[in-house]
Design a protein around this ligand. Structure first.
Ligand code: CMC
Length: 427
């Protein structure tokens, strides 16, 4: 027999269906709550509110589990490539070798950016943060690709997916080239996606450039680890914007803006800046731990804590191991890594952090590895965005294909009741 939940309000009882997910997660379906009772629920930050049913990503924060389409993140990071993982997220199954090759070739068809986009980039100051430029450029892609995507047509969807993946990587790197005053590079269709990222970023017209394959491999893995994370802030933004039937580029541009904040994707940059500050001030990790615990001090230990994980973030484990491997294989010695490890150990043994289940998250080590790979600090959150792109696309597609209604939360109004208008001379 299916379960139900009973709510009693003002002496009346209301019964609601209980939905059980494929991993036995339980949700009370309150879709009819307001219709039958006149009440709504209040849940700031959506700590207890599910907004959709989704088949894409499973996350168990208590157990520290993350799976894309049923596949463990640990397996994907070790055995799959980023575009293979992207295909899995967006279309639901791992691609065959032939399908993957076709997918890669189809993405290549869309890697050229309209030259007029360069006029838009020229309008930004060199000092602009790459995430702001990326959000604006992603939105501007709509102007150059105005045909709206017909979500009832698989071919249209597939083309839209390939176009977005192809173009986003190029404009993401252009934000860096602009900040450096370098000429903007073109995608090289004879090379792979992640190798292209390195060329687009670092190749200069003054000489040949070859990306280090170890760096390419490490980046591929990092992109996989960031590829989706169910209904996080930026992804739910993408779904929300898309729910008004705004286009894919417009929705993703909004996702980029949401990701930028230091409580979300911007944390990777903030972690590195924090570690640099600790290093500059003599490496006293205890002092910063005390600041993080002090309620009068706004300082938080960046890269620690997570809304959903109340255990080790499985991505942080993989990144920490990768950071060790990459640093030793590239022969990089980074004092910031030592500070990070000291800080991590101190926090893990500290009552404040233990009591609140605050563990290192994905961003705690990612900045160190990006730094070792030669990625500038300002670009860290852009790296997150490149990795998160397939997740945003997959979630947008699922929401549109499932014909989900427009996102429109309610509120409890706590402002003034009706008042008489006060004429200007009486205020
Ligand atoms: N340093 C110190 N105290 C913390 C921290 C931290 N990093 N994170 C949470 N707390 C405390 C917080 O002060 C609160 O204490 P109390 O119960 O005494 O008031 C308690 O832990 C619960 O925190 P919360 O802010 O209610 O938790 P939340 O779920 O709303 O916030 C978070 C989650 C990730 C925004 C938060 O942990 C944080 O600000 N962390 C630092 C930023 C960061 O690393 N963000 C990256 C998240 S992972 C990548 C991604 O998916 O974007």
């Amino acid at each position: 027999m299916s379960k139900t939940a009973i709510l009693e309000l003002d002496g009346k009882k209301y019964e609601f269906p209980v939905i059980v997910g494929s991993e036995n997660e339980i949700a009370i379906d309150i879709n009819k709550l307001r219709d039958v009772s006149g009440a709504i629920t209040l849940d700031p930050g959506y700590k207890n509110s599910g907004v959709c049913k989704s088949e894409i990503t499973f996350l168990d924060g208590e157990e520290g589990i993350l799976r894309y389409r049923g596949y463990a993140i640990e397996d994907l990071a070790e055995k799959a490539s980023f575009l293979e993982t992207s295909y899995l997220l967006i279309f639901g199954e791992l691609p065959s070798a032939k399908t993957l090759e076709q997918f890669e070739n189809d993405i290549r068809k869309y890697t050229l950016i309209n030259e007029e986009m360069k006029n838009i980039i020229d309008g930004f100051p060199k000092t602009a943060h790459p995430m702001g430029v990326l959000s604006a450029l992603t939105s501007a892609l709509t102007a150059f690709n105005p045909k709206s995507l017909n979500v009832d047509n698989d071919k249209d969807i597939y083309e839209g997916v390939c176009k977005t993946i192809g173009k986003f990587l190029v404009i993401a790197t252009w934000t860096y080239r602009k900040s450096m005053g370098y000429p903007l590079n073109y995608y090289d269709n004879t090379k792979g996606y992640v190798e292209n990222f390195m060329n687009l970023m670092f190749s200069l017209p003054t000489g040949p450039y070859t990306a280090n394959p170890k760096v390419v491999d490490a980046l591929d893995k990092l992109f996989i680890l960031h590829a989706d994370h169910e209904q996080n802030c930026s992804t739910s933004t993408v779904r929300m914007v898309g729910s008004s039937h705004a286009g894919l580029f417009a929705s993703i541009s909004a996702g980029v803006s949401a990701l930028w904040g230091p409580l979300h994707g911007g944390a990777n940059q903030a972690v590195l800046e924090m570690l640099e500050e600790i290093h500059k001030n003599g490496g006293d990790t205890d002092k910063y731990l005390a600041k993080a615990k002090d309620k009068e001090d706004p300082f938080r230990l960046m890269g620690f804590g997570h809304r959903v994980y109340k255990n080790f973030d499985p991505r942080a484990r993989i990144i920490k191991k990768a950071a060790d491997e990459v640093l030793s294989s590239l022969g990089v010695e980074d004092p910031l890594l030592d500070i990070a490890m000291k800080l991590e150990q101190a926090a893990l043994n500290d009552e404040y952090f233990k009591a609140r289940s605050l563990y290192p998250n994905v961003d705690f080590y990612s900045g160190i590895i990006y730094r070792a790979l030669g990625i500038p600090t300002d670009m860290f959150t852009v790296m997150f965005a490149i990795g998160r792109l397939p997740g945003w696309i997959a979630q947008w597609k699922e929401m549109r294909v499932n014909k989900e209604p427009i996102g429109r939360p309610r509120q409890v109004y706590t402002g003034a009741p009706l008042r008489d208008f006060v004429p200007m001379e009486k205020r």
